[in-house]
Design a protein around this ligand. Sequence first.
Ligand code: ADP
Length: 368
Amino acid sequence: MDAVSPVPSAAIEVVALTKRYAAGTPAAVDRIDLRIASGSYCCLLGPSGCGKSTTLRMIAGHESVSGGDILLDNRNITDLPAAARGTAMMFQSFALFPHLSAVDNVAFSLKMKGVARAERRRRATDLLERVAMGHLAERKPGELSGGQQQRVALARALITEPRVLLLDEPLSALDPFLRIQMRAELRRWQKTLGLTFIHVTHSQEEAMALADTMVVMNHGLIEQVGSSHRVYNHPASEFVARFMGGHNVFDTPAGPVAVRNDHMQIAPEAEGGAGVAARITDVEYQGTYVLIGLEQEGVEKARQAVSVLLGEAAFLARPWTPGERVRLSWAEADVRVLGPGVQRPAERAPAPASTLRDDTAAIAAFSA
Ligand code: ADP
């Protein structure tokens, strides 16, 4: 198996990639630049409609490009047909043919290419063995567990020997328990195969669990690129801080800042002292943690809500109740100054790619 290269080369590079579905409408993807390291697990993350699937479909060749370029291993694939690109796609709920056996599902694209039956069954069987499914090759999807179906779908995508596997919300239709199992399995296979995976999801939790590189998108633009750790601990903008969750945003004279809700100190207002005045609205027991919901005082309605995440022991030592007035404070080291948020392309600095390269170095350092 290929080892992951210590100095990641870009498997996929997109340059000023743009999609406009109709003239006069806002671009669904607006001149984005991105480099995805070879052999890495990349998640495109963002709310519904932010342009994730459009980006993935343009990389796959399932959607035409309005502007910009897509390179795979430094080869410009922008105008190549899907089958000639070196990419393969894995769809939601795996999209297996129910009437075909596992081996025939895997061999399907070879059949379409006119490969002889014995040869395509041999190659499909080899691949099923590689994903530990050789013994179930003759079963139909309905006779396989969710995990086994996922491996068949993976083998089916790999039969064309892609350099990059594209996954469009592959786990979103599964029940929560299976989803967590399946994502651990996807991650294991990606590392074992040494392939580049690009996975679209709207779930922060899923992206954090899977990604070497997380790409947070909003309104057709990239808000931040970095490791899960970097994005969660250093959100670049208010959008990222709020979208990732677990952060409070406070307005200061110097602009908005974020502080993680598990890094907050909470004290009764009666004790006096510095801090933000707030009133407790909810107390939610979550097992290991207790989530305390609050409203800041003297702040416009839409920006009032904040939260404090306390360990169970800390909460039991001093149980807080709704209606209590408190002061919230935090250590200076926990403050993250937030950037201006989405920059329209016209206002962008000329060389945005350099920040991506910096993040790639940070990822390599973090995962070393
Ligand atoms: P996401 O995957 O992040 O949910 P999409 O890439 O599907 O977002 O969509 C981005 C934007 O493009 C949305 O505003 C969506 O309505 C629009 N869009 C997506 N597909 C089409 C299409 N085939 N025709 C017109 N507009 C589309």
